[in-house]
Design a protein around this ligand. Structure first.
Ligand code: FES
Length: 338
């Protein structure tokens, strides 16, 4: 069986597993995000040996990069013993840091609830606890299709027996319109693989209780809920503000839960923002504008972004304008799983 090596770690790569999957299943950390070949976060340099690029998209890994020895760890499979190193700036920790091992579990749907227009909350009970960090995601196998889709967890790490997913309807989507918004029902079994992704709450020892701001668009709220609840439970006096951007008031959800958090934690504030509806009941415009209007300096704050590519870019620019250090900006480009 070929082996995959990165830094001081070396793991077996069973047949059918990508370079990334074999590392994550062994609990070896590597930078990654989409697990679908689209984001490029997992790009590696092949130092020795060779890989089969399989379905690596040319848009993410152009031919000249393949020729230069680069590969997408989430798509490529080793053809012999292979040594890789991440091509991105986070390479220092790869192969040295541990992560929650990637696992396969069969979950049971225990809740499906309409919480806003075209938005459902789906609860999945696990047969045993799953170790993950708040903010990470899981991959579901879509029944009858063989396709897989990623959904962020809204849970904190201690809520490890029932996973909470927020799902937005995508017209024609195999996982949404044709499954979770169609015939999925409580009692159904679902194949779950996880945890995945590097968008996660910091480890306790790296969390100094400093102020934080979170900007989420639509169901991008889910991982932010896990992260902010983790942060507040750790440091109940910390300052934290969460902006939730949606188009219309009918798209808002979980307001009661967030107001309850405001009542429990004096330093927490929740700000819903509508971009396509004028009303006196809520702030209007974009979440980044609301943040810029409210905060004159975010120096020393940490920032969390989860939303559309536009929010991803404009949010990071707004954070930097308010003097947040780039290393303190965490972001997840989020497109609703179809
Ligand atoms: Fe996104 Fe591999 S391309 S994780």
């Amino acid at each position: 069986m070929p082996r995959v090596s990165v830094g001081s770690s070396s793991v077996e790569a069973p047949p059918g597993q990508s370079v990334l999957e074999s590392l994550l299943r062994a609990g070896v950390w590597m930078p990654s995000s989409c697990n679908q070949g689209t984001c490029g976060t997992c790009k590696v340099t092949v130092l020795s040996g060779s890989v089969d690029h399989r379905d690596s998209p040319l848009e993410t890994l152009p031919a000249e990069q393949r020729d230069a020895g680069l590969a997408l760890a989430c798509q490529s499979h080793p053809t012999c013993d292979v040594e890789v190193t991440p091509a991105g700036p986070t390479s220092a920790r790869a192969g040295e840091a541990r992560t929650h091992p990637l696992r396969d579990l069969t979950a049971t749907i225990t809740g499906i609830e309409d919480v806003a227009r075209d938005t459902r909350k789906v609860l999945l009970a696990l047969p045993e606890p799953l170790a993950f960090s708040a903010g990470q995601c899981v991959e579901l196998e879509v029944p009858r299709t063989g396709e897989r889709r990623q959904f962020s967890l809204a849970n904190t790490a201690t809520e490890d027996r029932v996973l909470e997913l927020h799902v937005r309807l995508v017209e024609g989507g195999a996982a949404t319109e044709r499954w979770l918004f169609a015939d999925a029902a409580c009692g159904d079994e679902v194949r779950v693989t996880g945890p995945l992704g590097d968008f996660r709450a910091p480890e306790p020892e790296a969390d100094d209780g400093g102020p934080m701001v979170l900007l989420g668009g639509g169901t991008g709220l889910a991982p932010l809920l896990g992260i902010v609840r983790t942060a507040l439970e750790r440091h109940p006096d910390r300052e934290a503000v969460l902006y939730h951007g949606v188009r219309h008031a009918a798209d808002l959800y979980d307001r009661e839960r967030l107001v309850d958090l405001e009542n429990r934690f004096a330093g927490f504030r929740f700000v819903p923002v509508l971009s396509r509806e004028e009303t006196r009941a809520y702030r209007t415009g974009y979440v980044t504008e609301a943040f810029l209007a409210d905060v004159s300096s975010a120096r020393g704050w940490t920032g969390w972004l989860c939303g559309s590519p536009a929010l991803f870019e404009s949010g990071a620019a707004a954070f930097k304008r308010r003097r947040m250090a780039p290393r303190l900006i965490h972001r997840e480009k989020f497109t609703a799983a179809p």
